[in-house]
Design a binder for this molecule. Structure first.
Ligand SMILES: Nc1ncnc2c1ncn2[C@@H]1O[C@H](COP(=O)(O)OP(=O)(O)OP(=O)(O)O)[C@@H](O)[C@H]1O
Ligand SMILES: [Mg+2]
Length: 257
């Protein structure tokens, strides 16, 4: 579903973001990417939908190169990829329903979406998506009236309405409390299992990574230093990924980054 072929990324200022990454992520996997701050997690995730351009190699999505795609082809590949951010990225003053419907924009002409003319089927898709993340009753609330956890569920619903085949989530729970964190991670996991959506999540905390991932990829200095099933991601392996022994409070997710 997602293939990295010898991918490197050097930022214009010379910083190495990614270094010779080779990865193959299958349909339906729930992959968690871990690593210290600056390890390259966001760079890796954002290069998947070309939010960041890579400087070398190629990324292939469902058999199509997103690296060389242009125009309509690129838009169609991107349509299959939903993105979830730490800061939710909602239009705060719009209703929840409108935010979720914005996931349909790539399927219609610009004029139609500017006028907010979404077909009935789209509205139904949006309601179904809200139902799946258990906030259907919030459909007509303003987005900024919702709690952080609820806002994150709106952004998950938006990806569902988009009918994304891949969900990329960059630190989706970093601004949430532990209980809300669990609800949002549970939503992502359930959607992954029920709909088979390939999910790649960046997480700071390794206890969460262990709890939810089927596969863990460890990055360090822009390189993959661990790639394996959760069972193999032992404390020793994590110490290697993090380049030092891990403090207990980090295991428990208590360190503010
Ligand atoms: N726009 C940019 N210009 C230059 N260097 C950048 C840019 N964005 C990131 N970097 C650098 O690239 C490297 C990887 O950054 P990245 O944001 O991918 O790390 P990360 O693992 O997501 O970190 P964090 O856990 O803090 O989010 C870091 O050294 C960072 O300073
Ligand atoms: Mg990051």
């Amino acid at each position: 579903m997602i293939e990295f072929r010898n991918v490197s990324k050097v930022y214009p200022n010379g910083t190495k973001g990614l270094h010779h990454i080779n990865l193959s992520i299958d349909k339906g996997e729930f992959v968690v990417i871990v690593g210290l701050s600056g390890a390259g997690k966001s760079t890796l995730l954002r290069s998947i939908n070309r939010l960041h351009e890579i400087t070398d190699g190629e990324i292939v999505i469902d058999g199509q190169s997103i690296t060389t795609a242009k125009g309509k082809e690129l838009r169609h590949i991107r349509r299959d990829i939903g993105m979830i951010f730490q800061s939710f990225n909602l239009v705060k003053r719009s209703s929840v329903l409108k935010n979720v419907l914005s996931g349909r924009v790539a399927y219609h002409s610009t004029l139609r979406t500017i006028l907010g003319l979404f077909p009935k089927e789209d509205v139904q898709l949006a309601f179904d998506a809200l139902d799946r993340v258990n906030i259907l009753e919030k459909a007509y609330s303003r987005a900024d009236e919702l709690s952080g956890g609820q806002q994150q569920r709106v952004s998950i619903a938006r990806a569902l309405a988009q009918e994304a085949k891949i969900i990329l989530a960059d630190e989706p729970v970093a601004s949430l409390d532990p209980l809300t964190t669990k609800q949002v991670m549970d939503d992502l996991k359930r959607i992954n299992q029920e709909l088979g959506i390939t999910t790649v999540v960046n997480l700071h905390f390794i206890d969460l990574a262990r709890e939810y991932a089927t596969r863990i990829i460890g990055l360090r200095g822009g390189e993959v230093v661990f790639d394996g099933p959760v069972e193999e991601a032992t404390d020793e392996k994590f110490a290697e990924i993090y380049g030092r022994s891990i403090q207990k409070d980090e295991l428990l997710g208590a360190t503010a980054e």
